[in-house]
Design a protein around this ligand. Sequence first.
Ligand code: FAD
Length: 428
Amino acid sequence: MSGFMILGGGVAGIAASYTARTLGVEAVVYEAGNRAGGLLDCFQIGGYRFDHAVHLSFTKNKTVRGLFDQVPYITHHPVPVNYEDGRWLKHPVQNNLFPLPLGERIEAIESFVNRPDNGEAANYRDWLLHQYGRYIAERFPIRYTRKYWTVPAESLTTDWIGNRMYRPALSEVLQGAMSADTPNTYYAEEMRYPQKGGYRTFLEPMLANADVRCGMRAVRIDPRRKSVEFADGTVRHYEFLISSLPLPALIEMMEGAPNSVRDAASGLWATSVALVSMGFTRPDAAKHLWFYIYDEKIMAARAYSPSLKSPDNAPAGCSSLQFEVYYSRNRPLQMQPDHLAEHITDAVVKIGIAERSDIAFVDTRTIPFGNVVFDHGMHERRETIRAYLVTQGILPVGRFGEWDYLWSDQSLMSGRRAILKLLLQGRP
Ligand SMILES: Cc1cc2nc3c(=O)[nH]c(=O)nc-3n(C[C@H](O)[C@H](O)[C@H](O)COP(=O)(O)OP(=O)(O)OC[C@H]3O[C@@H](n4cnc5c(N)ncnc54)[C@H](O)[C@@H]3O)c2cc1C
């Protein structure tokens, strides 16, 4: 019997095990994959390394900094950009409209000035119209929402926005429409990335002091007997269970979960990400740390450069990019991997990033859980599941356990908080 059991060896599960051990308590993590890291893991193709989508740390949390900063890192001062129909615009577009033709800038400003006062926005579309006016909203974020969230903006609530969407004053919109010389208003001034080994290296100080058992896929949980069965047939008992598995998957494997909870779980859904990773045989294919793509004809919503994050991610004299294509049960991926690779290759040539002859390889793979979708009713469904898990003595943690838009530092703290709570209170 291992008193504390943790399901899932991403940053949340690792942080829980690490925190327990620093307090002299053993808490074993069971991870389905063949090594720990979850979304923060990376993969290598030849001398090129790619993370699972863009990952940079901008945390201000002292506990997380205390852990991540033990690893030698590179500090970036990001200047993200946007690509739209042959043009590059600084990010965020709403206060960087200068590259647009004069008539379009005037239209954008007029519509910003006359934007509707929606009071309490009922959905994300209303919120965008109220913040930016119809012209900017429809041309940029509403269009981007279809690519990134795979739903129309009116399907989303607004409570996930936080500081993710910049809300400029009229003077800032005017300045950005009249001049290319604008201050950087991106919400993170500084972003950190390990010098070597990819983003996962930030986990190493914790991994050195955590107990993670890999190749252990949980398939059934019996909360009455307090046991978990794994895919290889082994059964382990626990006293306290922490789970970082996606809530729908967790409920699916729980013996005796009532239908109301199963219904709530099947109503939760997330986007998936197809990663199209490219190695280039020249050093300068990647010009931007990352950029957003608005054109709906190009399936990728965003791209970043692993080789700009750290030169350790590509062979000397080479560079790399990774494109993120979002899909979901609402909008399935409509291309086979080969076609997707070809589609992104075409886009790279069209955008003017590189020639086909510069490309060393194109790799396509998928991440099943990317971003949880904040559609209407999600909070109620999530609450139903949370309330049930408390009655079963299970603490859900991390991005897919909390079912929230958590950055890596927040997922780490979620795992840490859970084990501290159990140690202090002796119950979830
Ligand atoms: C596209 C994208 C970009 C991001 N960019 C950033 C960024 O720039 N900066 C930042 O700070 N954060 C970023 N994040 C957020 C960050 O990745 C997450 O907050 C964090 O990695 C989540 O960690 P976790 O442990 O909660 O979940 P995960 O990493 O998903 O870990 C869950 C683990 O559970 C395992 N598992 C699943 N099923 C089972 C099972 N049945 N049995 C056993 N194990 C199982 C999985 O293999 C996985 O290892 C990004 C996320 C995405 C999707």
